[in-house]
Design a protein around this ligand. Structure first.
Ligand SMILES: C[S@@+](CC[C@H](N)C(=O)[O-])C[C@H]1O[C@@H](n2cnc3c(N)ncnc32)[C@H](O)[C@@H]1O
Length: 320
């Protein structure tokens, strides 16, 4: 199941000015020594270190700037470090009462109605909800998670394969995804701790697929699938390198791509983000023969893109 790979990802760094190799190594080593960043793919740390060294006056300033950027694109979303062994214990402990952060009975019952999940029991679902609340993106989606996937899958033909890029903890939402029986799930992220945990989670769920550490800036894409998920990812990639969002959309070998954007900042401010992202998405699909359907949920704006003619929409209903 766990088909881990760490890309060296030098392609985007070749375009940068080349500071002294020992300075680059020093920035990379110092950043990776920090507990908060030690599970981030070294290739991304190197890309950022080279860019910051080229733009700053000292190694110290480049270390600080590299950490800041990593905080923006990854660290800010996970408040506590991921302890894979502890998280697995929580999923497997059969105490239904202990995790209480998201005691939503309707959500629990909906997950238990999924034959893939029923045998794992209520304590597993409650622990999953509790863990989803530990990553900002899944935490924000919790109140709408069931509606989100129900509305989107209502427009799709049977989905037999999914690729979740920059997945965070979104694979923990599989219990609410109306996937075809025997569907496979592929997931990748820049954070090895997330990837390790998701590999174990998918094994517990008994869902086949693969997971990998992959930098979607230097090495966009993944295996061919019916549906690719790039949830709240495009702004993150653009923060790392302009043009990275367009490269990802082009690289994804998927009949459908679901892109989403947050409609408020991590701090809760709105700042007209919906309109801004709507324009960004329009620019990304302009000139391409892709069909786009738009969904507005509280807190999240989603666009379902049909990339080619391989598969059709399930329904032409206006809600789709
Ligand atoms: C905004 S969160 C979205 C998480 C998830 N897609 C969701 O919506 O629940 C961004 C995620 O992208 C990951 N990430 C950041 N930079 C990345 C990159 N260059 N390649 C792949 N993943 C990246 C982070 O570790 C984080 O889990």
């Amino acid at each position: 199941m766990s088909q881990m790979s760490v890309n060296t990802g030098h392609s985007s760094s070749e375009r940068l000015a080349s500071p002294d190799a020992s300075q680059i190594d020093e920035v990379v080593a110092t950043v990776l020594a920090a507990p908060k960043y030690r599970t981030i793919a070294p290739s991304l740390v190197r890309t950022l270190a080279m860019r910051e060294l080229a733009a700053r006056r000292s190694v110290k300033a480049a270390i600080k700037a590299t950490k800041n950027k990593l905080h923006q694109v990854a660290g800010a979303y996970v408040e506590q470090r991921i302890d894979v062994a502890d998280w697995l214990r929580r999923l497997q402990s059969h105490d239904a009462s202990s995790p209480s952060a998201a005691p939503d009975d309707a959500l629990v019952q909906a997950a238990l109605a999924n034959s893939r999940v029923a045998h794992l029991g209520e304590s597993f679902v409650r622990a999953s909800l509790d863990l989803m609340a530990r990553h900002a993106s899944t935490r924000e989606r919790l109140p709408i998670v069931q509606q989100f996937y129900a509305d989107i899958f209502a427009c799709l033909p049977p989905i037999r394969s999914v690729l979740d890029v920059g997945c965070g903890l979104n694979p923990l939402a599989i219990p609410w995804m109306p996937l075809a029986p025997n569907a496979v799930y592929h997931a990748s992220d820049i954070d090895r701790a997330i990837v390790d945990f998701i590999a174990r989670y998918l094994t517990l769920l008994g869902i086949p697929g693969s997971v990998e550490v992959r930098d979607q800036v230097s090495d966009p894409g993944g295996p061919p699938v019916d549906l690719a998920l790039a949830l709240k990812m495009l702004p993150v990639l653009e923060q790392i390198e302009r043009g990275a969002a367009a490269r990802l959309l082009d690289a994804l070998d998927a009949s459908f791509v679901l892109v989403s954007y947050p409609v408020h900042t991590l701090g809760g401010r709105r700042k007209g983000m919906g309109a801004t992202y709507e324009r960004q998405l329009e620019a990304l699909v302009a000139g391409r023969e892709w069909e786009v359907r738009r969904f507005i949920f509280p807190g999240e704006l989603a666009f379902l893109i049909r990339k080619g003619s391989r598969q059709s929409w399930k329904s032409s209903a206006s809600s789709c």
